[in-house]
Design a protein around this ligand. Structure first.
Ligand SMILES: NC(=O)c1ccc[n+]([C@@H]2O[C@H](COP(=O)([O-])OP(=O)(O)OC[C@H]3O[C@@H](n4cnc5c(N)ncnc54)[C@H](OP(=O)(O)O)[C@@H]3O)[C@@H](O)[C@H]2O)c1
Length: 249
């Protein structure tokens, strides 16, 4: 009998790695990232109670994505019942420096990769109608603005738009939701948070301080569970109060 798994993109680092570690205690998982060694590190931190399968793939390579994932499913005799799309790339630049090629690269990783994955996993011949749950890791920057973040913001807003329409299109069999983190300590945010001026400013802006990866993983775990069985099409901001803070300390 085929093994049923949760697919986690961006599982080789930061938030995705934490999600993999937590979910591996209760589910078989597929962990995805570009670098074999980094995925092996995630694997070494996961529970041994369930199966952990690595999918080494660069999501920028969008035209080969379907073949690669289909082969992985066949070779390992697995089906996917839930997806957490956590892989993400952030480019910060002035609008005058934007170019189409790097915009497309970012959109391929943050947005088009997940449309390809979902389209493939909805095919009955390939995934036998097993898909039940999808969670996108979006960002508060998909809802709000900051200088230089236009491309990243647009890619996350696109994810949330996709999430809402899919929630309606795929109900009642499949639930689809987004988690919108604020600042969380990970390799992606490390450089900014290591800057004492940025850190001091952030500490004033965040009523509950900067987040940990487990703050996001806990929300994902909830959304994938039956406790969220009547929740679909929603954005969940997990940001320590950053976006509701109007005070200027
Ligand atoms: N940290 C924050 O403050 C924050 C706030 C809001 C939203 N988020 C979102 O949370 C998600 C995780 O971010 P993070 O902070 O955990 O960042 P991170 O530690 O840099 O992890 C990013 C993950 O995305 C994967 N990835 C990047 N480019 C890829 C590509 N071309 N192909 C395949 N995988 C690729 C990376 O895999 P490799 O090992 O291959 O590099 C890595 O696993 C992202 O979607 C980010 O936008 C983060």
């Amino acid at each position: 009998m085929s093994k049923i798994c949760t697919l986690i993109t961006g599982a080789s680092s930061g938030i995705g790695q934490k999600i993999a570690i937590q979910l591996s205690k209760e589910k078989n998982i597929i962990i995805s990232g570009r670098v074999f060694e980094k995925l092996n590190e995630t694997l070494s931190l996961c529970s041994t109670e369930n199966e952990v399968i690595s999918w080494v793939f660069d999501l920028e390579n969008i035209l080969n994505l379907r073949d690669s994932l289909e082969n992985l499913l066949k070779e390992n005799d697995i089906l996917v019942d839930s997806i957490v799309h956590c892989a993400g790339n952030m480019k910060v630049m002035h609008m005058r420096n934007m170019d189409y090629k790097s915009s497309l690269q970012l959109f391929n990783i943050n947005f088009f990769s997940i449309t390809e994955i979902i389209a493939l996993l909805l095919k009955k011949k390939i995934n036998h109608s097993q898909l039940k749950n999808i969670v996108f890791i979006s960002a508060i920057l998909g809802e709000f603005g900051a200088p230089g973040h236009h491309l990243y913001s647009a890619s996350k807003a696109a994810l949330d738009g996709l999430m809402r329409s899919l929630a309606v299109e795929l109900a009642p069999e499949i639930r689809v939701n987004s988690v919108l983190p604020g600042g969380v300590k990970t390799p992606m945010s490390e450089k900014a948070l290591n800057d004492t001026i940025i850190l001091e400013k952030a500490l004033k802006e965040y009523p509950l301080g900067i987040g940990d990866t487990e703050d996001i993983a806990n929300m994902v775990e909830f959304l994938l569970s039956d406790k969220a069985k009547w929740i679909t099409g929603q954005q969940f901001i997990v940001d320590g109060g950053r976006t509701i803070n109007l005070s200027h300390k």
